[in-house]
Design a protein around this ligand. Structure first.
Ligand code: GLN
Length: 217
């Protein structure tokens, strides 16, 4: 039970990037989606999905639309599924960016770390978090590299020895693009292992802590 409903959809950052592919992947998982372009779109979401694209343009657009602060606040309280440029936005210490990245993931990230567009590639990854030990075909497009991972950051996919997808609590970031393959196992894992427990914990803290008891004489 994933607790993503039409009332509490997944918000997909839609100012720039492959947000249509993110939205399509979530819909294929059977969950409601809302494209996020203004602060009001951030109300009542179950999670936020940040696409690949161009992190410098994304940060510039967050500035000119006035969304930067509200977006940062939403990133600090919601489960996050961020791919490629989206991963750069949630990390720390990204280089040559027009505004600071949001830092909800304690990871240093090097942009375009494998080279230019022609150095884009596909590779078989190890993803033990998906349970069955099977690999996952990763699509890397002008991909970033995770340089430094803080102590609370867990690796959820590896290319050889290198971490290419990581998780810190409710924040999950990918150097590659799971939304560009037909394999939705990472999306489903995120709904089950990250969004559902987060929603359950949130409803526990907002519910009264004890059931009111009738007064006894
Ligand atoms: N190289 C891009 C950046 O720096 C990311 C590329 C991608 O999202 N596929 O933002």
């Amino acid at each position: 039970m994933t607790r993503v409903t039409a009332e509490r959809p997944i918000g997909v950052f839609a100012l720039q990037g492959d947000y249509a592919r993110h939205a399509e992947a979530w819909r294929r998982c059977g969950v409601a989606v809302r494209e996020v372009r203004r602060a009001a779109d951030l109300e009542g979401l179950a999670a936020l999905s940040l696409p690949g694209g161009e992190s410098t343009t994304m940060l510039r657009l967050l500035g000119v639309t006035g969304l930067y602060a509200a977006f940062g606040e939403a990133l600090s309280r919601l489960p996050v599924f961020a791919t490629c440029a989206g991963a750069i936005l949630v990390g720390k210490d990204g280089e040559r960016l027009p505004a600071p990245p949001f830092g909800v993931l304690d990871a240093g990230i090097a942009r375009n770390a494998y080279g230019t567009q022609v150095d884009s590639f596909e590779a078989d990854l190890d993803a033990p978090v998906l349970g069955d030990g099977a690999g996952f075909r990763g699509v890397f497009i002008r991909a970033p590299r995770f340089l430094r991972l803080g102590p609370g950051v867990e690796t959820i996919a590896r290319h050889g020895e290198e971490a290419v997808a990581v998780r810190q609590g409710p924040v999950v970031a990918f150097a590659f693009h799971p939304e560009l393959t037909d394999d939705l196992r990472f999306h489903r894992w995120f709904l089950d292992a990250v969004v559902a427990p987060h929603a359950a914990a949130a409803s526990r803290t907002s519910a009264p802590s004890t059931t009111p008891r009738p007064a006894v004489a």
